[in-house]
Design a binder for this molecule. Structure first.
Ligand code: GTP
Ligand code: MG
Length: 273
């Protein structure tokens, strides 16, 4: 019986993808991968020499995904080795250390290096990028806050996660979302599913939150000179209130920033009396 039935070809459920890690030396790229694949953390710094390669299997919905991970060395010295490995990539894990501003500022240079290696006709829009703001366990040294990192990532249409390879925070969620996004991309013929990739808040809002957090006193917080008049205070307050009101602003930290501005204004108005 069975032999007479036309043979139906089962659609292949397995998929092979290539992902790479990018970011300055010592930001934690290898540790993030190790935390996910081996569930452990190595506190001693062992610089990646050129490239580390590993294979892992993950399940996304009904598909088995074979992931080839190329963990790149961040040190400039290894440029000649890693530049071979940018092509045919479906996903990039872009890492910075939240306690090291230079590593955050370097993200644009990492994108530029990749673009240069892929050549002028390469389409980076069809690669999934996930930005990892890593080492969030080191709260005392943090100097790049969430709103700044998230804004940078989301305004480019990249995923953003706060991670700690040390505690494991954010790591599984990051990889799961990353792999699902890559599979969605592959199932959509290599094109990004049309979602609203623009950031859910503006640079002006992110900048204001950062400025308020780093302000040295209430005058500074409102962005006015010490001894400013009541009118000047109220004008500055109204501007910030419109920008950061919780009904209008979804940037991380906006609620605290808004409360701080309200308190600063109240205290300064009292002092003017
Ligand atoms: P290269 O291979 O040189 O490009 O560096 P890398 O980005 O792979 O850094 P690696 O993963 O080797 O980690 C660098 C150092 O940071 C090591 O001492 C790690 O133990 C430490 N580290 C990595 N992630 C974390 C983290 O989330 N929290 C803390 N506290 N330390 C971390
Ligand atoms: Mg490494």
């Amino acid at each position: 019986m069975e032999a007479n039935l036309p043979k139906r070809k089962e659609p292949s459920k397995s998929l092979r993808i290539k992902v790479i890690s990018m970011g300055n030396a010592e930001v934690g790229k290898s540790c993030i991968i190790k935390r996910y694949c081996e569930k452990r953390f190595v506190s001693k710094y062992l610089a990646t020499i050129g490239i580390d390669y590993g294979v892992t299997k993950v399940q996304v919905r009904d598909r088995e995904i074979k992931v080839n991970i190329f963990d790149m060395a961040g040190h400039p010295f290894f440029y000649e080795v890693r530049n071979e490995f940018y092509k045919d990539t479906q996903g990039v894990i872009l890492v910075y250390d939240v306690g090291q501003k230079e590593s955050f500022d370097a993200l644009d240079a990492w994108l530029a290096e990749m673009k240069q290696e892929l050549g002028p006709h390469a389409n980076m829009d069809n690669i999934i990028f996930v930005v990892c703001a890593n080492k969030i366990d080191c709260t005392k040294h943090r100097c790049v806050d969430e709103s700044e990192g998230r804004f940078w990532a989301e305004s480019k249409g990249f995923l953003y996660f706060e991670t700690s390879a040390q505690t494991g925070e954010g790591i599984n969620e990051m990889f799961q979302t990353f792999y699902v996004s890559i599979v969605d991309l592959c199932e959509n013929g290599g094109k990004r599913p049309t979602t609203n990739s623009s950031a859910s808040f503006t640079k002006e809002q992110a900048d204001a939150i950062r400025r308020i957090r780093n302000s040295k006193d209430s005058w500074d917080m409102l962005g006015v000179k010490p001894g400013a008049s009541r009118e000047e205070l109220n004008k500055a307050y109204r501007k910030l209130a419109v920008l950061l009101h919780p009904d209008k602003c979804v940037a991380p930290g906006s609620e605290d920033a808004f409360k701080a501005v309200v308190n600063a204004r109240t205290a300064l108005l009292k002092s003017i009396k």
